[in-house]
Design a protein around this ligand. Structure first.
Ligand SMILES: *[C@@H]1O[C@H](CO)[C@@H](O)[C@H](O)[C@H]1NC(C)=O
Ligand SMILES: *[C@@H]1O[C@H](CO)[C@@H](O)[C@H](O)[C@H]1NC(C)=O
Ligand SMILES: *[C@@H]1O[C@H](CO)[C@@H](O)[C@H](O)[C@H]1NC(C)=O
Ligand SMILES: *[C@@H]1O[C@H](CO)[C@@H](O)[C@H](O)[C@H]1NC(C)=O
Ligand SMILES: *[C@@H]1O[C@H](CO)[C@@H](O)[C@H](O)[C@H]1NC(C)=O
Ligand SMILES: *[C@@H]1O[C@H](CO)[C@@H](O)[C@H](O)[C@H]1NC(C)=O
Ligand SMILES: *[C@@H]1O[C@H](CO)[C@@H](O)[C@H](O)[C@H]1NC(C)=O
Ligand SMILES: *[C@@H]1O[C@H](CO)[C@@H](O)[C@H](O)[C@H]1NC(C)=O
Ligand SMILES: *[C@@H]1O[C@H](CO)[C@@H](O)[C@H](O)[C@H]1NC(C)=O
Ligand SMILES: *[C@@H]1O[C@H](CO)[C@@H](O)[C@H](O)[C@H]1NC(C)=O
Length: 475
């Protein structure tokens, strides 16, 4: 286990080393403070806006202006080709990205002179316009109570559902039932008593956590001692971690695999365009849900570096993959891959106590940085970089995936959607349907609960038919 403080010191020392040049970075960011999921639609709050804005300023000081500035990046006036900003179609995440960008590139007053000699001043003190592109992964994630709602990956849903029949789950459900029952008076205005169990650990924690931040009076708040609050959070952590990652059933972490693919693809273009002396692709910023952090953390073995990675990152947390070199760059971008290095950094919230970005070793190793080739090998083991890989891993064979069915997918046979087929529902699916019903009751949108699907997968040699529940709990 590594100690963050020591590492933090080390990385400060490392960055004080003048010979180091940062060449590019990929930031993955959580949204700021928001309203509770159980009262969807969720909104970014003023506090949340302030958090992401502050984070934008922080990254501005790190990557645009400071001694660890990315070589060649525009400092004040944005050059769009150098940036890539993405967020799923989700109000909280899109707005968080926008708030972040306001801190990253503050307004620069510009005055333009037209052909006829008249001058035009940009509105809003020169507020800079930066497009935020949408990505498929994680759409609607902040309004969804169950994290795989944001994924359309069939096998990942089956895998996450399997948690609800595991011994780990059943034991916790049993041993925590008195604890949750004791908290019913706190949440019963929103969550029914029969749903106040470990099954809804995150939804319950989320509701109370939001109330602790925003509500001046919480019903039966005397029940919320520091100990019970910590227990609530720890149980929510365990619940969400297990739905997002399982060491032996890795497809559960599909969102982390996709993120890995996006990181590899982007940093590859950073290197390739840098070598062509093009001033492009220097900084990528993606906003996404904590579930993607979890999946990624599990896949790159970060809990080995620090078990705290199994706790849900605070609002406005971010991780950065930083591409740097220690060779002289005065004559251009390093040509040899062995001169390129990558380090992983994490910042838990924007809390100045927890401070700056801290470096942690990837892949269960003990070094703060790995070479580019080690990095691509490590991530390449699970990264999903194209639709065919995604379709094969997810067992999806219809829609956009139909084109890959005959391409020799070993793990997938046939498989089709048969809408409304409830015959094949496994007990595991029942667990999640239960979670959906909780939310639907909460939201009063029972109609939103739908059952689709049922498709074939081949698992460990035997052809089994399984159903999968799908519900768009959105409002
Ligand atoms: C979020 O904002 C919408 C209006 O934009 C409002 O209807 C909704 O109640 C808000 N949600 C919460 C939980 O405050
Ligand atoms: C100059 O051109 C702009 C844009 O066409 C127009 O709005 C403005 O009135 C013109 N000014 C003069 C002095 O003609
Ligand atoms: C994958 O399969 C699931 C389950 O059948 C379906 O709901 C989802 O829309 C599919 N995704 C794509 C991209 O085809
Ligand atoms: C992880 O997956 C394995 C194999 O599918 C299963 O036996 C185990 O119970 C799972 N653990 C959790 C916590 O879901
Ligand atoms: C927990 O499990 C034990 C033993 O299986 C059982 O006796 C007990 O009733 C269970 N408790 C609850 C709250 O389900
Ligand atoms: C919630 O529980 C409290 C205490 O048991 C009770 O007085 C109250 O009526 C309940 N509220 C609802 C909405 O069920
Ligand atoms: C917090 O306040 C909101 C709005 O006043 C209310 O709807 C919600 O039930 C409260 N939550 C808790 C846990 O007290
Ligand atoms: C509970 O935690 C808060 C914030 O960390 C602290 O200010 C307070 O003193 C703690 N209360 C008790 C009873 O320990
Ligand atoms: C970038 O990707 C291309 C295509 O996969 C590959 O040929 C090239 O070697 C990669 N560049 C680096 C620096 O890894
Ligand atoms: C981040 O903070 C949260 C809450 O304070 C904690 O549960 C989690 O373990 C922390 N993560 C890391 C990597 O320090």
């Amino acid at each position: 286990m590594q100690f963050p403080v020591a590492l933090s010191l080390l990385s400060t020392l490392a960055s004080a080393n003048a010979a180091e040049t940062v060449l590019g970075a990929y930031i993955f960011h959580r949204h700021g403070d928001r309203t509770p999921k159980s009262l969807a639609p969720t909104n970014l709050t003023t506090l949340g806006y302030e958090q992401v804005y502050t984070s934008g300023q922080y990254y501005r000081s790190r990557y645009l202006t400071g001694s660890t500035k990315i070589k060649g990046i525009n400092e004040d006036q944005v050059r769009l080709s150098q940036l890539s900003v993405t967020a799923p179609v989700d109000n909280v995440l899109q707005n968080s990205a926008q708030g972040f960008l306001q801190g990253l590139y503050p307004p620069v007053q510009t005055v333009q002179t037209l052909a006829n000699g008249s001058k035009v001043t940009a509105p809003m003190d020169g507020y800079q316009l930066i497009p935020i592109n949408t990505i498929q992964t994680g759409a609607g994630s902040e309004d969804s109570g169950w994290l795989q709602d944001a994924s359309t990956c069939g096998n990942a849903k089956i895998s996450s559902n399997a948690y609800f029949t595991s011994n780990e789950y059943t034991n916790l459900l049993n041993t925590t039932s008195n604890f949750y029952t004791s908290l019913i008076p706190v949440v019963n205005a929103t969550i029914s008593p029969k749903d106040t169990t470990y099954k809804n650990a995150y939804i319950i924690y989320d509701l109370i956590n939001v109330a602790e931040i925003h509500n001046t009076s919480i019903p039966s708040s005397n029940l919320l001692t520091n100990t019970s609050l910590l227990t609530l959070r720890t149980l929510a952590d365990a619940h969400e971690w297990n739905l997002a990652y399982n060491a032996t059933d890795t497809i559960r972490a599909i969102s982390g695999m996709q993120l890995a693919g996006e990181i590899l693809t982007y940093l590859n273009t950073t290197i390739e365009s840098g070598r062509k002396s093009a001033s492009a692709n220097k900084l990528a910023i993606q906003f996404g849900a904590y579930a993607s952090f979890f999946s990624f953390f599990g896949l790159v073995h970060l809990p080995k570096a620090n078990p705290r990675f199994m706790g849900v990152p605070d609002y406005a947390s971010s991780m950065a993959l930083e591409l740097f070199t220690t060779v002289d760059t005065s004559s251009g971008f390093p040509e040899r891959n062995e001169d390129l290095r990558i380090r992983f950094l994490f910042r838990n919230g924007t809390d100045m106590d927890s401070g700056a970005l801290v470096a942690y070793p990837l892949f269960g190793g003990d070094s703060d940085a790995v070479s580019w080739d080690e990095f691509t090998d490590g991530l390449g083991k699970f990264a999903v970089t194209d639709s065919e890989q995604w379709c094969t891993k997810c067992g999806n064979t219809t829609g956009t995936c139909a084109q890959f069915v005959d391409a020799g997918n070993s793990g997938v046979t046939g498989g089709q959607q048969s809408g409304g087929d409830k015959g094949g529902i496994s007990p595991a699916v029942g667990g999640v349907i239960g979670a959906f019903v909780t939310l639907a009751v909460v939201l009063g949108t029972l109609a939103a609960v739908m059952l689709l699907g049922g498709f074939r997968i081949v698992k460990k040699g035997s052809l089994g038919r399984q159903g999968v529940a799908e519900g768009g709990v959105k409002a």
